[in-house]
Design a protein around this ligand. Sequence first.
Ligand code: HEC
Length: 198
Amino acid sequence: MLKKYLIILLTVVIGFSSCIRSSQQPGRQYMADMVNAIPYEAGSANPIYRDGKTNQLAPAGSVARGKYLYPLADTEYIKAASLITNPFVFTKDEIEGEAKHLYTVNCAICHGDKGDGQGHLVQIDKFPPPPSYLNEPLLSLSDGQRYHTLMYGKNMMGSYASQLNHRERWLVLSYVKSLQDASKPSATTVKTDSTKTK
Ligand code: HEC
């Protein structure tokens, strides 16, 4: 019984006394390298760089991994025809699923579900009909120029550069192509069977 109290007392005394340290003494450090970082802290001064800061901006012209840098300026619409091509190959499922979804959300409101320029906004007289994808000149418009229009917009159509990423822009354009193919009398390619749509 006494032994038990003695142990408790001893633990308490040792426990408290181990905390009483002179504030003048730094105490012991284990693995000092983990406490005192060898590299410069992000916000600290740094004698190595010219501006004396550790945090540096990325060099001009850097492109983040996975980001796409569109090489043409707004005014270079004509150049887009030969310079910009679709780097992706999409499966039928991707076109009928993801691409159709993106088109329905972003484009169908003006261009219409079939691409004939008779979207909901046109039908309720809120927007003049955009040109139909199913006729010339849009039938034979180059991929690059379509992409350029998505990047910068064209007349009444706004830019989709910030709403859609590089892959999504090509996805949605592939869906536009599939609408055009489906409307051709000799369409042997993509048939609109949308069972896979989410
Ligand atoms: C607010 C209505 C509206 C929406 C939404 C819209 N468009 Fe358009 N789009 C237009 C109009 C208007 C034009 C005709 C522009 C012109 O040639 O003056 C056009 C033209 C186009 C063209 C032909 C471009 C060219 O270079 O001649 C393509 C391709 C196109 N749109 C694709 C899309 C896609 C894909 C989306 C969805 C991501 C979309 N549009 C969303 C109104 C719209």
